[in-house]
Design a protein. Structure first.
Length: 315
């Protein structure tokens, strides 16, 4: 798996360059916005006791000065939900376009299973399902299920772009599917699941006089990035990963090369939990079959990867 960690800058950069961004001025008096140099805060004593009832030592915390955390006025999760075209219908039925929670759970199970569309159709045609469930479902086929899923609130809009490499034809056109990478990061930021698990101010931690690193925000890299941008701005570390994979869920047996984005600011114990979906798919990189000499195919695949990932990162 290929992983790249973002730096600082105004917009998301390419795979081999800067991949972070900064934004949001800090309100006056915001924690960490002092102009007097790094502050040292003392964390409260831990409850764990040692040997003769001695408490563990205090943990010094050095925060970067004038680094913003959050500021009021942005568009959050509620605004995103209310801006959906079917928002009015969801006032009476939160699970629209499904009839209710039970059908939504059933549909979610099918959509996230390893069943193909053909297998889902076969399941829905089982006599047991037809006799006891069919009348309760608003969809009768896998295609209808997929159409209803498409009506759910969406994230950044998917776009497509055809890539042509002169002199190197392919069996089928090279098509890149991608989303606005900045909007993907914004979607992560507004996710209420991460609201209490975001570290936004670079912080150096020490224990017993030794530097410790718990999160990305505790690294020298985060500190250096914050130092490189204007005062009162917030550093967001962007993590990108990509790996070829076989996809079969509702798509048949195909190979894809997903390009995923996440935030290094999300605490690791939360970000690494798969069910939290802390990694968003920002692009589906093409996996074409080049009609050239076999010795050149791997070279062209590598070149295409760079072209496609750069295009997707720069929108």
């Amino acid at each position: 798996m290929q992983k790249l960690y973002g730096a600082t800058g105004g917009a998301l950069g390419g795979m081999s360059g800067a991949g972070g961004f900064a934004g949001g001025a800090a309100p006056r008096g915001f924690p960490g916005a002092s102009d007097d140099g790094p502050t040292t805060a003392q964390a409260s004593r831990r409850s764990t006791k040692l040997g003769h009832g001695l408490l563990l030592p205090l943990q010094p915390v050095e925060q970067f000065p004038a680094a913003a955390g959050t500021a009021a006025g942005g568009k959050g999760f509620v605004h995103w939900m209310e801006s959906d075209v079917f928002a009015d219908l969801r006032k009476n039925n939160l699970y629209y376009p499904f009839s209710g929670k039970q059908e939504w759970e059933f549909a979610r199970f099918l959509a996230l299973s390893s069943l193909t569309m053909k297998e889902i159709n076969e399941f829905l045609q089982l006599e047991l399902v037809q006799q006891h469930l069919a009348s309760l479902l608003s969809f009768k086929t896998a295609k209808e299920l997929r159409q209803r899923i498409e009506l759910l609130p969406t994230g950044p809009e998917w776009k497509s772009r055809t890539i042509v490499i002169p002199g190197f034809p392919t069996k089928k056109p090279i098509v890149l599917f991608y989303r606005n990478s900045l909007e993907c990061i914004q979607l992560l930021l507004r996710n209420p699941l991460f609201a209490n698990h975001l570290d936004l101010v670079p912080t150096k931690l020490y224990e017993n006089g030794q530097r410790i690193h718990k999160e990305w925000i505790n690294s020298d890299g985060a500190w250096a990035m914050q130092h490189a941008i204007p005062r009162g701005r917030t550093v967001l570390g962007v993590v990108a990963s990509s790996d070829k994979t076989n996809i079969s869920v509702m798509n048949g047996d195909r190979v894809a090369h997903p390009f995923l984005l996440s935030l290094a600011n999300i605490q690791m114990d939360v970000a690494t939990k798969a069910s939290n979906n802390a990694f968003l798919m920002a692009a589906l990189l093409p996996v074409p079959r080049f009609l050239c000499d076999k010795k050149l195919r791997s070279v062209m695949e590598a070149r295409l990867f760079i072209i496609a990932s750069t295009l997707s990162a720069h929108r």
